[in-house]
Design a protein around this ligand. Sequence first.
Ligand code: GDD
Ligand code: MN
Length: 369
Amino acid sequence: MYDLTVIIPTFKEEANIRNIVTEVDAVFSRNNLNGEILVVDDNSPDRTISIVNEIKKTKLNVNIIVRLADHGLSQSVAEGFVQASSDILVVIDADLSHPPSLIPTMYREIMGEYDIVIGSRYMDGGGIKKWPLKRRVISLGATFLGRLLFPDVSDPVSGFFAVRKSVVANAQLKPRGYKILLEVLGKGTWEKDKEIPFEFVDREIGSSKLKLKTIVEYAQQVIDITLFSFLHHESAAWREWKRVFKFGLVGISGIVVNQGILIFLKEFAGFPLPVASLFAIEIAILNNFLWNDLWTFKSGGQQQKISSWWHRLISFQIVSAGGAVINFAILNVLAYMMGIDYRIANIIGILVGFAWNFLLNRRMTWIRK
Ligand code: GDD
Ligand code: MN
């Protein structure tokens, strides 16, 4: 039994395969790791397979699976998950875009206490080298969509990650496209994840096989994971939907507070309407902050907050003010400039303001360690 299995998906990598296998194996030796290398190839028409078979003759820890059907990167990685002969799985590209030297760190972290360890390009210390603007834009779009489901993960579409076999063993993965990590996050059984930064270096040799079809498949995958999370309440994305739902309930409580205070100050305390309204709004914001802080984003476990209570309160105030301005602007633009019924215009304004409030507070007010 090996300590870990490094899965390398390949298609037409004759120029890279020897280097990556040699490097990963050297990393194993330097760190006293008993590691398996599992190449999963989609029956490449070039010399990839024969090169691996040649290496295998001298290195007993190297294996290859040659797939003849259901061509695809994600499918290959998923097959690697099943065939690997250890409990810790690491996925790495063959084209040396990911540094094999990080594998021992990933292994150590996962042995520590994590279910998934992700190599991230989008956190402090990470980065991307030599990517044309077009690819950066596509990648940022994909990352943004992925973060809607997993806001705590900075790089949910990374191709470089480690995962416990137990996370994926019983998962109903529907692998397709390039983003197998998103599938694992969406359908795997996990609690704790950790990211470590790395610098992605675009391939020197050969070409990327990313196509338009890849993008379409990705959009389908995001929808599929969303539906899955509605049906499987133990999934990680459901934890996020629960927050959206609680945030909405708190918002409704804020409306009640706002209205109640307004009526009280106007009718019983004799305040002029504008003054009463300002108080009512501010108290509603405080009400919402307290409930969200204590309930929606309650701390404990992984949700350790990094900013102080005052910092969170001020951040929430500012974001909420922005949400109010958005609501106000949308109502006026839709009602006056586009002639839409003001009640419908206001509902749209409220929904957009709600999305703004949730997403910004999620990323700025209640950030975790
Ligand atoms: N088995 C198999 N089948 N392997 C494949 C296939 C396939 O159809 N297509 C690509 N691969 C292998 C390549 O040989 C390489 O080892 C790895 O998968 C990545 O392929 P690239 O074509 O180099 O991908 P990329 O550089 O555009 O994308 C990488 O970065 C993305 C993040 O921006 C990958 O790591 C993606 O998974 C990642 O999302
Ligand atoms: Mn690549």
